[in-house]
Design a protein around this ligand. Sequence first.
Ligand code: CP
Length: 292
Amino acid sequence: MPNSLIDFRDWTKTDLEQVLELSFSIEKEKNSEALKNKSAVLLFFESSTRTRMSFELACHRESMNCALMTMKSGSSLDKGESLEDTVMNIAAMDPDLFIIRVDSALNLEQISQKIQQPILNAGWGGYAHPTQALLDIRTLMKKGMKISDIKMLIVGDVKHSRVAHSHFQLSEKLGYQVAVLCPDEFKPSMAVKRFVDLNEGLDWSNAAMMLRFQFERHSEKHADQDFKKYQLSLKKLESWKNRGWLMHPGPVNYGVELDHDVESYSKNVILEQVNSGLWIRRACLRKVLGKK
Ligand code: CP
């Protein structure tokens, strides 16, 4: 069994299917003592609402103790201590698990070799956001989709998206299809099926994963038109031949990648993704700590 979840490379199809199954079975339990007396340290060095709150709630509902540090918390990071030294010092306090969100300033692979505790990646730069990809697939399974039938179109700023990169990996492990729809300047570096026409992309897919443009990761300024080119509105969704699922990892920039009116689209599952996040994160906590 893999120790950490930094990306999916060390996770087998069976490991991943077990986490998905566990996320459904624990849905019957509001609270559990499965991880009682275990302690988690949450280090959120980048902003987060969904991931941070769902990991905190997941820890509480598993009866864990958790301690949180953010960039803004008045830690010794203010005094010039490095992120790596921060993790090493907290590891010396012997928690059972780290949950870390960070940009490229910290290498999660390298730090995982230096500490004893497992790491759950809660979003690492533009590289990987594995629990997000798992919760996306769980959301579609909850809607009755077979994994092998999923054809997910990932739309927008694919190049900078850790969610897209995690889906590229997860789709190979679990056997679903992924394609991207993006302008040239936002295409990923790896080979992946790509559309440039919105209608062609939608016609191929049965789920559209819309992405926020990650302005904080852009090295140059782009024209507004680049961001609105593939915007989905209720009208476009209603004319989608496949009437697929509308997804977004959040946060949504309404008026950019999505029009405000998509809220009333009947197959909008954006908030259901958020709900799935809680169960996936509880399941991941149990998996890396070796509990069923
Ligand atoms: N999807 C996601 O990672 O959202 P947050 O940045 O709010 O955690």
